[in-house]
Write a protein that binds this ligand. Structure first.
Ligand SMILES: Nc1nc2c(ncn2[C@@H]2O[C@H](COP(=O)(O)OP(=O)(O)OP(=O)(O)O)[C@@H](O)[C@H]2O)c(=O)[nH]1
Ligand SMILES: [Zn+2]
Length: 363
């Protein structure tokens, strides 16, 4: 019997450590590295890292590197040499685009060419899934296992971690209960919990939709600002209420409320993107400057929940063709696309136009 955490549990710990500013150790065979999230680094830990010796790099995504005019020799990421006099402000300035326009010259930034970036890739994946800025300070270690034990740090084995970081965590139903709604008294809320310790997702079932016929369905991604605060910067609130109203009128439907705030980058990063939008960048460029792809959501989650609930065919309320493609690729047949065009206003007109132009949204 072993009470030790398995790799899924170790990864959940590693994300929590990174969010708290605690270093983690990554190892792959004989190579190992200490990793810290740039966003949660403090001056003391930076000084401690310096004392460990040479070879420290700041790993950023190729998207962020492009903005900074740094070479991404590793394709999807760049390993930037930490200059000997680099301060905490320098690290944060490379990681966070907030002051890019005020201090455009951070360089010259020197990217590492030699060596492999496998551990760096895992570190970036962990910062992203911890909903932090995708940037990690990394120090090579000679013996990762010994170092992690002597400092009491979480040790992640890359070979075990990699397959988990590429797949969607299994989700399990936790509870469901009756929830009368304004749009229909026959509402029911189901809670699904992923096994990887990530955020829970919800399904609102309206009426008793037949499992052997296409169900009117919506995959709605969380938008705290639009869904709850009535933000005019997007169309999420009206889409959420419009979808529920349509399901209420038909007497049946299922709305998945997926906790993938900000197209999967988290609320803090979405607000960083909003600040960049106030500086003149559009929604896609803002994500790229932060180091993210346009859309970091995992729509496989939605397909898995529908399957768990017994649905295989949907009439999908969406304007986003990639949602349809992801459903089809994951075992859900989209028999119809039901357009959902509501809530355009003077503040979100440009945002909706960008989504149509750059992300292929249907008008
Ligand atoms: N990163 C980022 N996320 C945003 C921004 N504006 C809105 N969002 C998020 O975008 C998501 C919108 O979700 P959805 O409405 O489900 O998706 P969609 O891709 O627009 O597709 P449909 O609405 O189905 O047509 C939510 O998670 C919002 O929080 C933004 O400017 N930047
Ligand atoms: Zn929104």
């Amino acid at each position: 019997m072993s009470l030790a955490p398995d790799i899924t549990e170790i990864l959940a710990r590693a994300r929590a450590d990174l969010r708290m500013g605690v270093p983690i150790v990554l190892k792959d065979g004989d190579s190992a590295a200490l990793a810290l999230a740039a966003e949660t680094l403090d001056a003391q830990r930076l000084a401690d890292i310096r004392a460990l010796g040479n070879g420290t790099v700041l790993t950023i995504t190729a998207r962020r590197a492009e903005t900074l005019k740094a070479r991404a020799y590793d394709g999807d990421l760049a390993r930037i040499t930490l200059p000997p006099d680099a301060t905490l402000a320098w690290v944060l300035g490379v990681a966070d685009p907030a002051d890019d326009l005020k201090t455009p010259m951070k360089g010259p930034l020197i990217s590492e060419r030699d060596g492999v970036a496998d551990l760096h890739r895992i570190a970036l994946r962990l910062t992203k899934t911890a909903r932090l800025l995708p940037a990690a300070l990394m120090v090579p270690l000679t013996d990762g296992a010994v170092f992690s034990t002597s400092h009491g740090l979480t040790l992640v084995d890359a070979t075990q971690a990699r397959p988990l970081l590429e797949t969607t965590s299994p989700l399990n139903p936790v509870v469901s209960a009756r929830l009368p709604l304004e749009v229909s008294e026959a509402g029911r809320l189901h809670v699904f919990r992923p096994e990887d310790g990530g955020e829970e997702h919800y399904a609102i079932e309206i009426g008793k939709p037949a499992r052997d016929k296409p169900v009117l369905a919506r995959l709605h991604s969380a938008c705290f600002t639009g869904d709850l605060m009535g933000s005019l910067k997007c169309d999420c609130g009206p889409q959420l209420r419009g979808a529920l109203t349509q399901m209420g009128a038909e007497g049946a439907g299922v709305l998945l409320y997926l906790n993938q705030e900000g197209r999967g980058i988290g609320l803090a990063n979405k607000m960083r993107a909003y600040s960049l939008q106030d500086q003149g960048f559009d929604t896609v460029d803002a994500n790229h400057r932060l180091g993210f792809e346009d859309d970091e959501r995992d729509f496989r989650i939605g397909a898995h929940i529908l399957t768990k609930m017994g649905f295989s065919d949907v009439r999908l309320l969406t304007n986003n063709p990639s949602k349809i493609a992801m459903m089809e690729a994951n075992g859900i047949t989209v028999t119809d696309r039901v357009p959902l065009q509501v809530g355009e206003n003077a503040h979100n007109r440009a945002y909706l136009a960008t989504k149509a132009k750059k992300s292929g949204h249907l008008l």
